[in-house]
Design a protein around this ligand. Structure first.
Ligand code: 5GP
Ligand code: ZN
Length: 114
């Protein structure tokens, strides 16, 4: 999508620090990390919010979770623990409308989240 920051990152038009890539998924460091380890995992294809996910995205969603597990291991945060967060729409805290999964680790997480 033309004006989407994350589509531009996938295309290489905006630079990013790549952590992982496969045919359908791209992962990169968040520019404003909220934890010592903060990776964004996104589908290469533009999907605005979780609400657009349908049956046709089952494989893609599985690929994203598998990528998250691989990345958590690779970054050394798997054993101590980590968190995956997806914000949906305004009250959910979504700012970038290309679906993304925050993978956070490297510190004790709190509950409830803010
Ligand atoms: P949201 O609030 O939509 O769930 O999260 C958007 C995330 O994208 C934020 O954590 C923000 O720091 C990150 N972000 C926004 N623009 C860029 C960018 O140009 N590069 C990178 N690496 N991260 C970005
Ligand atoms: Zn996009």
């Amino acid at each position: 999508m033309q004006d989407c920051i994350f589509c531009k990152i996938v295309a290489g038009d905006i630079p990013s620090k790549m952590i992982y890539e496969d045919d359908d998924v791209y992962a990169f460091e968040d520019v404003t990390p909220q934890a010592p380890s903060h990776t964004l995992i996104i589908p290469k294809k533009h999907i605005e919010t979780l609400l657009e996910i349908g049956d046709e995205h089952r494989d893609l969603m599985g690929s994203i979770i598998l990528a998250a597990t691989r990345i958590a291991r690779k970054l050394g945060i798997a054993e101590k623990g980590y968190r995956i967060v997806t914000n949906c729409n305004k009250e959910g805290g979504q700012v970038v409308f290309h679906i993304h999964f925050h993978l956070l680790g490297g510190r004790q997480m709190k509950w409830p989240p803010g």
